[in-house]
Design a protein around this ligand. Sequence first.
Ligand SMILES: C[S@@+](CC[C@H](N)C(=O)[O-])C[C@H]1O[C@@H](n2cnc3c(N)ncnc32)[C@H](O)[C@@H]1O
Length: 261
Amino acid sequence: MLDDGAFKAHQRAIWAQGDYHRVATSALWDLGPLLVAACGIGPGQRVLDVAAGTGNVAIRAAEAGAEVVASDLTPENFDAGRREATAHGVQLKWVVADAEALPFGDAEFDAVTSSAGAIFAPHHQMVADELVRVCRAGGTIGLVAIVPAGAAVDLFDIVTRYAQAPMLGEQSPLEWGRTEHVRELFGDRVESLSFERRAIEPGMLADIELLKAHHPVFVELYRGLAGDPDRTAALDREIDEMAKRSEGERVQLLLVVARKR
Ligand SMILES: C[S@@+](CC[C@H](N)C(=O)[O-])C[C@H]1O[C@@H](n2cnc3c(N)ncnc32)[C@H](O)[C@@H]1O
């Protein structure tokens, strides 16, 4: 098992590979506005987006009139985010930050968001504690999580078995897609907690060849197996089988909105 520092360094190296912005804009770009609307983000609010990637949520929050900080473990993706923000005519602050140790003060933000992002940090309780800490009393915490169903379960299983060094923490990111888990993580520090299931079209996630070429996680899996044609062929087979099983399937997401007590 990697120690925490090595695990995080590896995570950063993974997400810096391929072309994450291309993946985000073709498969996940609808999630940004969805989360911004669900959290009621608007002018005058201070918003922190955690594990922001290239600004899916952050840019939309800025377009809604908020003052936004986009934070992520992987600054290699910030330039793509800056270009996207410029194209949308908005400015945000980009800050390198681990979701488990946010470099911000207590109660600094009116809203704290993370779309399929903070779920990848290995210690879920630390993440929840940090999201709550930096949000002001009465403020909003909004998350998009992935429900442990269908192809998502298969994919995380494949990643676990084929990764050369651990790519997922001991607690699966998919746990955030279970309402009971999220309830336990936030406990009585939130006065309300709402859940909404959403199913999205897989977009690029259904295009296996594009994923292999550009999705950071797939790029890392294949890079790790370079020089091992048998194992590469086995991975190819498993991914093809997964794609066939999930043909026509939509990706199940859990939208979480919490109000801090
Ligand atoms: C699937 S992407 C989601 C990015 C963005 N929220 C979006 O909707 O496009 C996952 C992101 O989580 C980031 N990440 C992984 N572990 C992290 C951690 N411990 N702290 C902060 N960000 C992390 C990665 O760098 C990557 O940008």
